[in-house]
Write a protein that binds this ligand. Structure first.
Ligand SMILES: [Zn+2]
Length: 288
């Protein structure tokens, strides 16, 4: 897939957004309410909705490509999501990990953001550039709610606080590093809802522990209650427990799981035994 570089003017615009985000990031965190249960709902491939009370966020929800290997969002679920019908109503923000067709369809995202003028989007600058390409000049006002984050490997994480969400984004290279996909801007989003529930979505992050050792300060700053890594992070139980330590996480549920992996944990290959995976759209998990 061809990805054109971000232009200078767009880069400057993102730099302003990033500077603003860093400034507002020092505001106070919302008070936690422990009586409300947080829950993660699986949409398909790397698509997940997380809710805590009335606060709702989406990760990688709108895509069209399954590469004959991954779960698409079922058509009825996608229609309801685009329409904002329950339980997909009241979404506050949507996060895109990276621009690959099995995670993100810019045209679908334009339609979604136009239909729901209260929803904000956070994504790598590269993914936002594709949104501009998919939008028409009349959609220009929509981009006030679209936050392109310009991050590269080795950069400090970005922190943004808005209403009920504390958003922290870190560049983690795409799977295949350092041999392939190095042109892809892949972000790990750690999002805290209502100051109470923290989830981390890793996109298509590469599983080499060197990336997490190199950003240990970021991970130590905040405990993740539920990590949503691509399933290859969890291959073999030792690696799964190492991941929880590296990410400072209580629990991990693997996503981006091939359709060939059984719903029945006991029927899975040995390397996928004893780990938690989202395998079918519509599944959900309470977040402790
Ligand atoms: Zn990818």
């Amino acid at each position: 897939m061809e990805i054109t570089p971000v232009s200078g003017s767009i880069r400057r615009r993102y730099a302003v957004i990033v500077a603003t985000a860093l400034f507002v990031g020092f505001a106070s965190v919302a008070q936690a309410d422990d009586s409300v249960t947080a829950r993660a709902h699986y949409l398909g491939n790397a698509g997940v909705m997380v809710e805590h009370g009335a606060t709702r966020i989406l990760f990688d929800p709108l895509f069209r490509e399954d590469f004959d290997d991954y779960e698409l969002v079922p058509p009825e679920m996608q229609r309801a999501l685009l329409a904002g019908a329950a339980p997909w109503d009241g979404v506050d923000a949507v996060f895109v990990s990276h621009y690959h067709d099995d995670h993100y369809d810019p045209a679908l995202m334009v339609a979604y953001l136009k239909a729901h003028p209260g929803i904000r989007m956070y994504a790598p600058a590269q993914a936002v550039e594709r949104l501009h390409a998919a939008a028409s000049p009349a959609d220009g006002g929509m981009f006030e709610r679209v936050h392109g984050l310009a991050l590269a490997y080795g950069d400090a994480s970005i922190r943004i606080e808005m209403d009920s969400l504390l958003i922290e984004a870190l560049f983690v290279p795409h799977s295949g590093w350092p041999g392939s996909n190095t042109e892809v801007e892949n972000l790990a989003f750690r999002v805290t809802l209502d100051g109470a529930a923290t989830v981390t979505h890793l996109g298509d992050a590469d599983g080499d522990v060197v990336h997490f050792a190199g950003s240990a300060e970021h991970w130590e700053q905040r405990r993740t209650h539920l990590a949503l890594p691509p399933y290859w992070f969890l291959y073999g139980s030792d690696k799964g427990s190492l991941l929880l330590q590296d990410l400072n996480a209580d629990h991990a549920t693997g996503i981006h799981v091939p359709k060939s992996v059984s719903d029945d944990p006991s029927a899975r290959p040995a390397a996928l035994q004893g780990i938690d995976l989202f395998t079918r759209p519509g599944e959900s998990r309470d977040i402790p």
